[in-house]
Design a protein around this ligand. Structure first.
Ligand SMILES: [Zn+2]
Length: 296
């Protein structure tokens, strides 16, 4: 499995979210379990690339610390990480496009970032920065954004409505799926979501950990159901031959090890793609095999 990472992507956790510091902890957990990960550093995105997805005055105000970032703070360390967090997503997307398969960017903090507003732990929208950077080079490209974070991707939607770009298909689960009684229907609907992305050349997948039923900011899927979500996404995209760059998004359980356990299960799904014993266990409700417990 390929991962985009460098310490440049990381800043001290702040504003009540673990996200800024999470890449290091997640990579360490992944490496402990899968020592053969291939890691490449992110190419930072440029000022011009930020300005494709955001108003220039907003980008200027954020970078000059005249406006608070998505964590509600004004932090030079967070600002220094921003070209690398979006850059990790863009680098992962380019890597997936050039070689196929799945590439991980262990970053968060994208989908609530609007055209000219930072909110919800999100400053710049790395999903849209990535999609628009790729479309600027290849206008014929079709990029899917599959947002399975618990929360509605309102920032992504805002940028899409403002710019109306051809070539971006946006699916955000938080618009519809939120209650535990919807869990089975959500899992069944993944096939339909993948169908709507069927013509895409690349999918950006936000594998949010905050849909977990124990998450203080989310909560409708069990550990097994989250793992099945990820398996269906990676397996479905692989069957369709669509490359995927995926990232972490939200996850607010404490201690952080519970969130990291969910990100480990996502990596397992990305690597194994189609592990019959795991899926059989999930479907039968039998004892989970190989899954990392994300609660208790
Ligand atoms: Zn979220």
């Amino acid at each position: 499995m390929r991962v985009v990472y460098s310490e440049d992507m990381v800043a001290p956790a702040q504003g009540g979210s673990p996200s800024a510091a999470k890449p290091t902890a997640v990579l360490a957990a992944w490496r402990a379990r899968w020592p053969n990960l291939v890691v490449r550093p992110p190419v930072p995105v440029t000022y011009e690339e930020f300005c494709r997805a955001h108003s220039q005055s907003f980008v200027d105000d954020i970078l000059a610390l005249r406006l608070s970032n998505g964590f509600g703070t004004r932090s030079g360390a967070v600002n220094a990480s921003l070209p690398y967090t979006s850059g990790a997503m863009l680098t992962a997307a380019r890597w997936a496009l050039s070689e196929g398969g799945a590439v991980a960017a262990p970053v968060s903090g994208f989908h609530h970032a609007h055209w000219d507003d930072a909110e919800g732990f999100c400053t710049f929208n790395g999903l849209m920065v990535t999609a628009l950077a790729l479309l600027a080079e290849r206008p014929d490209l079709k990029v899917g954004i599959l947002d399975y974070d618990y929360h509605y991707g309102n920032g992504t939607e805002d940028i899409l409505q403002r710019l109306q770009p051809d070539g971006v298909v946006h699916v955000t689960a938080g618009e519809v799926w939120q209650q535990p009684e919807q869990a089975e229907a959500f899992l069944e609907n993944i096939a339909s979501d993948l169908e709507s992305l069927g013509n895409c050349d690349l999918v950006l997948y936000q594998a949010g950990a905050d849909p977990h039923v124990d998450d203080p900011l989310g909560g409708f899927l069990t550990t097994s159901q989250l793992a099945l979500r990820d398996w269906r996404v990676f397996h479905g995209l692989r069957e369709r031959g669509i490359p995927v760059a995926w990232n972490l998004a939200g996850g607010y359980q404490t201690p952080l090890s519970k969130v990291i356990a969910i990100h480990e299960n996502t990596m397992r799904a990305a690597i194994e793609g189609n592990p019959p014993p795991l899926v059989a266990a999930l479907k039968s409700g039998a004892k989970q095999q190989g899954l990392v417990s994300a609660s208790g």
